[in-house]
Write a protein that binds this ligand. Structure first.
Ligand code: CIZ
Length: 334
């Protein structure tokens, strides 16, 4: 069999190149070689599998990843994350080639807010400005005034004059959390993330009984009844920092379980327990994030496919809301 033969499968149908890889290859070494050869940078989200996090040049949340994508001078940005994140990198740095190992790595939250439907929704609220969580499509960003991530969302809402009405999209749980934190009433779009809405209140209570000293740490995309129980609520970066700084030794982690890889690396002597999902769901892993594998990463870098290509109008009109977010974040020292 010829390994590494030129890709023949229909990329669009599969979402990735289907190539037989020589099993004798050390993919870590090969990927390092490709990075140098192509002047490529690998940006990986905290929810990626451990091998991908370990080979990445930068691992972080959407804010950090956007900042890196905007400022990099690499010729190729390899985005190990989901589709909207790679689109954001392309919008911020359109002259670079942006690759995503699997084009079908989507996002349930982004899918919950289709731009044409949102446009009609927005028309019902004249005079409102739109704040969108970065977990939305590039097209939705063209209908957005300011983007936010969970790291900077409170700062973004607080930067808006108090008498200015706001529509917040697409995550209803994050929206409710922000209303509570900032005291601002907002018109909320009813979208959710499939991972953060499956945690089981009952199972977490049982787990807390078994580990009475454990701290429950939760992402604000979780449902309010989970957040009410939490000892700490924050973005992935904030959760990671909390586990480093806290005196607690055991943490129940209510977000996608990929972040636990970094938590263990930063605090090898502490214990991290993924918050249990309901009885129907098998685990709290994002099926989209986990579509990317080390093999797909290697093939994608070798053939420089699949590539993120966006129409010029999306890049032009989608950029302003991300730039505003980055400006407000910089002012807040984030
Ligand atoms: O914005 C992100 O990166 C996500 C999905 C979570 C977080 O809080 O960092």
């Amino acid at each position: 069999m010829a390994f590494d033969a030129a890709p023949t499968e229909d990329l669009l149908e599969r979402g990735y190149l289907d190539v037989d890889i020589d099993p004798r290859l050390d993919l870590f070494e090969e990927i390092e070689k490709l990075k140098k050869e192509k002047n490529a940078i690998i940006l990986a989200h905290y929810y990626q599998e451990p091998d991908i996090q370990d080979i990445a040049d930068y691992v972080g949340d959407s804010l950090g990843l956007s900042q890196k994508a905007a400022w990099t001078d690499a010729d190729v940005i390899v985005f190990a994350g989901v589709h909207f994140m790679a689109e954001t990198a392309k919008i911020l740095n359109p002259t670079r080639k942006v690759l995503l190992p699997d084009l079908k790595a989507g996002c349930s939250l982004a899918d919950s807010c289709p731009a044409p439907v949102f446009r009609k929704f927005k028309e019902q609220y004249p005079g409102h400005i739109v704040v969108s969580y970065i977990s939305c499509t590039a097209e939705l960003k063209t209908l957005t005034d300011i983007c936010c991530t969970s790291t900077n969302a409170v700062h973004i809402i607080e930067s808006i004059p108090e008498d200015q009405p706001i529509i917040f999209a697409p995550d209803i749980n994050l929206g409710k959390y922000l209303q509570q934190k900032t005291g601002r009433q907002m018109v909320l779009w009813h979208g959710t993330c499939q991972v953060h809405e499956l945690f089981s209140h009952e199972q977490i209570v049982k787990l807390k009984q078994r580990h009475p000293d454990a701290h429950l740490i939760a992402h604000p995309e979780c449902e309010p009844h989970i957040l009410e129980m939490a000892d700490f609520i924050g973005s992935t970066t904030a959760l990671l920092n909390y586990t480093v700084e806290s005196d607690a030794q055991v943490f129940i982690v209510a977000t996608e379980s990929g972040i636990i890889h970094q938590m263990r690396k930063h605090s090898p002597h502490k214990t991290f327990i993924p918050a249990p999902p309901d009885n129907i769901s098998a685990c709290n892993e994002c099926p989209h994030m986990k579509r990317n594998t080390l093999e797909k990463l290697y093939v994608c870098m070798k053939y420089e496919l699949p590539e993120i290509v966006l129409p010029d109008w999306i890049i032009e009109q989608g950029r302003a809301c991300i730039d505003r977010m980055l400006e407000i974040s910089a002012r807040a020292g984030l």
